[in-house]
Design a binder for this molecule. Sequence first.
Ligand code: C2O
Ligand code: CU
Length: 650
Amino acid sequence: MSTSLLLLLDLALGALAAAAWTGAVLVATKTPSRRSGLLGTAAVAAAILAVLGQAATALALTERAWGFGVEKTLFAVPVQLVFGVLAAVLVLPALLRAARGVPWRMSRWAPAALVAAAASSVVGLVARGVLGYAISPLSAAVLVGLVLLAGWLAHALLVNRVRRQVVGASALAALLLVTSVGYSWVSDVAVAVALSDHAGPFGHGGPHGRNANEAPTAPADPAQSVSVADLRTASNAPGTLRHFELTAGHQTVTATSGKKVEAWSFGSLPGPELRVDQGDLVEVVLRNRDIDEGVTLHWHGYDVPNGEDGVAGATQDAVLPGETFTYRFTADEPGTYWYHTHQASAEGIRHGLYGTLVVLPTGGVPEQVDATIALHSFGSAVWLGDSDLPRTEPAAEGTTVRARLINTDQVPRRFRVSGADYRVVAVDGRDLSGPTDVSAESLRLPAGGRMDVVFTVTADGVRIGTDASARVAVGFGPDGSDPLKLASDASAPDLDLLSYGSRGALDAPAPTRDASLVLDRLPRFLRGVPSNAYTVNGAVFPHIQNIEVTEGDVLRLTVVNRGWDTHPMHLHGHHALVISRNGVQATGAPLWVDTFDVQPGEVWQVLVEADNPGIWMDHCHNLEHAEQGMMMALTYRGVTTPFDHEHISG
Ligand code: C2O
Ligand code: CU
């Protein structure tokens, strides 16, 4: 059974147990009859079975990943077993007698025990759906307290009928609830206040600047610490200087179709392609004309020195209207990348603050045509490259083409190549070894992901389409051909990169440190406002404990998705080597990615070599999710930041 189904089944069994116990309460407090004896016995039996079923699902989930089952195994199941068995022992003898038509008398504690059992199933659901992976001894104690109070309240209401006790029990339960919620609110706001005081989550060795799985470490020795502001490209860095200027501003852009886009752009849609040669020294002056939210340039997938990474609030301040910032880095890693603003990025990128970056290998690529195809949605209009219309590039039969596919949207997009077999020669700016011919499969690109595909133009031409639009496509074909007419198979399965290409002799470094990220969607306070937020390890930014490493560490990162959304997890400044997915080892070409889609119920394991000191964002590239909490950092011990985290945005 898939993990998502198992998670659903587990919730359904929890709800069933709560309903069955409630049924038992209704029956057991009735006037005794044979019928109520039978019904009551059935209800208690159903409840106990539902609890045992949860024990089984909890164990199965825990086996798939600790993060799936932890609060179930440690809390939800035990608490239901204790209160459930207690209730069953108290009421079953009487119910069974009644069922046989023998006179019976219910224990006076029965209502309390049954209500407590029902409440234990309800708090079991709360543990999964509200506390999630984050369950702490304190919150577990509060939940047990609520179960006991529910039992007491039932006793006072149904048996003792003492008004003072009813009021007392309700008041205590209310107090417990209000204090817990209030406490979470205050801790959320308290950190927000601390952040505006520049004592933020990054690199201060403070309460939030530690490893997700480890005890706090001592603050960095100030003598050995380095500021991100100093982790810049050396002023005398070698390489041919390639100077670019990008100005961000509001712009009305007329699409090829004639439609107008009210864009925020870097001068065009997409921004100008920065195409450089391996070894060049790239220098980009960013100017903000009139974007009030502020802008930055983040080199998505290009592992620049930390100070050039363009994360407002961590590596620099946002560039406000009238201001400039100059980025410099050596283009030593050939491949396909893109750039985008990293300030109010969900909104900024959606409006057009993105462009592409191509680093050509020394000597160029072997293909005759080199085309960049960045997919972007402006509302319902899908753009491939700089056009929202289908188009064909003339190419003689036999021409070799490299298409650099880029997904700049927030959700996964499938690309489909029809008319020729193709090979995937690079993923996220890293060449794949031994790529083989692909014909039927489609390519699923996570938000922010890139794939370079190579094919030879056939007599009928080749069409590249996507699942974002049935119409908009790019064709390559000789005169007289009409590749846009080629059919694309919407039911084609996705190419699995974990088993594509040849493994070769990969000696992956041995991990020196482990961390895990459990992704979920839980009710949390977000900047003081109650929200249905996206969480990592039960918390939202800036409360998520950062992963802290020392330069030279090899981090083994396990990412578990307990929710119902796909999360394209993106780590800045590093490429991660995929080890396994759902416990199955990767067997294809070594796969180095900067973004990987963790689908609902999936578990990914990747290796990250800590070889680029800094404070690096690690977040979901569905930027709406990042904005709603799913954002944290990988920090190197001893690196600090002077920048203002209050305005950090994914
Ligand atoms: Cu493409 Cu932190 O982003
Ligand atoms: Cu997400």
